[in-house]
Design a protein around this ligand. Structure first.
Ligand code: ADP
Ligand code: MG
Length: 601
């Protein structure tokens, strides 16, 4: 066997060790056939769906929703209300309607909740639970506290479906959902959603519409809870205000946390465990809330990656290196070169004129003007607190200007936000690297490709639909990592990197976005001398071979002297001197400003 087919055979075996037990587990209620087990299976499958819905909001985006019962309840009540008016509407239509109502509710409430943000977001989701509960209890046309009986159970056609048929449909929908939710994490939108939680600043700088992505995720998460709720109503043929209650909401959350956050399939394991455990250990039935509390504490203390994480560890041990490679390049794919623009003619790309940034009474940047040309490295130097990082924030759109003008390729971008500037070709690194510890190195770098790739939310939910794009992204990220000497670390976690390597990760992420202008904030901090030499080669290649316009904020004067063609010195927000590195270093004002910090030495 050649290495490629051996690799794909190993991949198949790895898949089967997960798929076969999973399929058997799903099929078990049908094999067992007892009405009790089938009913329990349907209930657990509905909970699993709702918990997967919560995972899109909480597990992936960190949106702590304490009120997913609202969307579950909206789905359930939609099914019940339609059934009151039409005894023949098939249950699958009820489920579709339930999902639609829950999605609209999620979209409207999400648009409000996401604007308040932070803890208030959670409080608002909780508030919705109480409001809906009082609406449901008080409204006689919705059955009041007693609820509504008589939900249609005919899945298609007109005869009521058996438990076995209902379970079959629910299990298939759940299986598809698990597949979709799990592969979502490996797509452009999946990574962007995680980025909005883990590295919101970097997400904006690389063009992610943070609010829009989160709102879509929240809407989707509500729609999934709606599907779960309407299936639940069809199974029970009865709804009451409890389906939308706080208990229910907290239970979904516990299932998400216990199963594994941001995994897609973990919440299903969580649901099985939390709803299944009291069935196996009968005495626990009377202590459901207590049991759930204990499980939650155990997971939070000892199993941070949830039951899913624990299972993956077990499997890894059982079969060596199971770890599915994050962002796989596919068997035999050669790393594609990063498509950096090739422009050898020096021209002005970025012009900053008279920019001032005030923080209260402090002028952190005070009427600074500079020009960044392609094929040239411009150094921005000055002592700590001089306003260099604030300048980069102002240029990249993270900081509002108090005064002045910034143009990119002649167009005024002063009033554009960071995301729009990213789309015009602006990229940067950070003095304090903003990255996602939960993602691998290559996945962190992949954020840089957000603006050069296209696949949206809908395609991210269809397993395999973005495979070609993912391969291209992976190859580009590998090439960018290779440029900074880190290709061998692509599948490591950021936790295992040195300070210098983290900076190079940051540089690779900026490079892979194919920038027109690249802003670097003290990239050499933490690098060893040989690493600085290698990095200098890399910068020179970017300037000479690709004609990128570079603005380098740097403390290491050796690097500045070696690579910068032009330097701007700032102190206390004001420009002190401009010229070649050799010229400014001998400037009397510069020597005074730096006295004791070593520039002249
Ligand atoms: P440098 O990067 O040159 O070391 P900075 O741009 O980080 O300097 O900071 C310039 C000045 O602005 C410092 O005095 C700093 O304390 C102040 N500053 C920076 N950011 C803020 C902020 N968000 N709010 C208030 N003051 C700030
Ligand atoms: Mg700084």
């Amino acid at each position: 066997m050649n290495p490629t087919s051996r690799a794909s055979a190993a991949h198949l075996v790895r898949r089967l060790t997960v798929l076969v037990p999973g399929a058997l587990l799903l099929a078990w209620p049908l094999i067992n056939g007892s009405p009790y087990i089938l009913g329990l299976g349907i209930a657990i499958a509905c909970y699993a769906m709702a918990a997967i819905g919560v995972d899109f909001a909480f597990g992936r985006a960190g949106l702590l929703s304490l009120g997913h019962g609202v969307y579950f309840g909206a789905g359930a009540y939609t099914a019940a209300v339609i059934s009151q008016h039409s005894f023949t509407t098939p249950a699958l239509v009820l489920v579709a309607a339930g999902a639609a109502v829950a999605a609209v509710l999620g979209l409207l409430l999400g648009a409000v909740f996401l604007r308040v943000g932070g803890y208030y977001f959670s409080v608002a989701t909780l508030g919705a639970v109480f409001i809906l509960a009082s609406v449901l209890r008080g409204n006689t046309s919705l059955g009041g506290a007693a609820g509504l009986a008589g939900v249609n159970r005919n899945l298609v056609g007109q005869t009521p479906s058996t438990d076995a048929n209902l379970y079959l449909v629910v299990a298939v929908v759940l299986a598809l959902l698990i597949w979709s939710a799990t592969s979502f994490g490996r797509t452009r939108m999946g990574r962007a959603l995680t980025a909005t939680r883990e590295m919101p600043t970097a997400a904006r700088v690389f063009g992610v519409p943070v609010f829009g992505v989160r709102l879509r995720a929240f809407t989707l998460s509500a729609a999934i809870a709606g599907v779960a709720g309407s299936f639940f109503a069809v199974y029970q043929q009865y709804v009451s205000p409890e389906v939308a209650g706080l208990n229910q909401s907290v239970q979904f959350l516990v299932m998400n946390v216990a199963g594994g956050l941001g995994t897609g399939w973990g919440p299903a394991v969580g649901a099985l465990f939390i709803r299944g455990l009291p069935e196996v250990a009968a005495p626990l039935r009377d202590y459901q809330v207590l049991t759930q509390g204990v499980i939650l504490v155990v997971v939070l203390l000892w199993l941070r990656s949830g039951l899913a994480g624990g299972l993956v560890q077990l499997l890894k041990r059982a079969q060596g290196a199971l770890a599915a490679r994050s962002l796989s390049t596919g068997a035999g794919a050669a790393p594609a070169a990063v498509r950096l623009p090739v422009r050898r003619v020096a021209s002005s790309v970025l012009e900053v004129s008279g920019v001032t940034v005030r923080f209260g009474g402090l002028r952190a940047v005070d009427e600074v003007s500079l020009e960044v040309r392609s094929g040239r490295i411009t150094g921005l130097i000055g002592p700590n607190g001089a306003g260099k990082s604030t300048m980069l924030n102002a240029i990249s759109g993270l900081q509002k200007l108090s005064q002045g003008r910034i143009t990119l390729d002649g167009a005024d971008v002063s009033s554009l936000d960071a995301r729009r500037r990213a789309y015009l070709g602006m990229s940067r690194t950070f003095q304090f690297v903003d990255l996602a510890p939960a993602l691998s190195v290559i996945e962190n770098v992949a954020l840089g490709t957000f603006r050069t790739t296209r696949s949206g939310f809908a395609r991210a939910l269809v397993p395999g639909a973005t495979r070609a794009e993912e391969r291209r992204v992976a190859a580009q990220c590998l090439a960018a990592l290779d440029m900074v000497g880190m290709a061998h670390l692509a599948h490591s976690t950021p936790k295992s990197l040195s300070a210098g390597q983290l900076r190079m990760l940051d540089v690779a992420r900026a490079l892979v976005s194919e920038p027109r202008v690249l802003l670097l904030d003290e990239p050499a901090a933490g690098l060893t001398d040989p690493e600085i030499d290698e990095f200098a080669d890399c910068l020179e290649s970017l300037r000479d071979d690709h004609g990128i316009a570079l603005l380098l904020v740097e403390h290491d004067m050796r690097l500045v002297q070696r690579v910068c063609d032009h330097t701007v010195v700032v102190d206390a927000g004001r420009m002190l001197a401009t010229g070649t590195p050799a010229e400014v270093i001998n400037d009397a004002a510069v020597i005074t400003a730096y006295l004791g910090t070593g520039v002249a030495s």
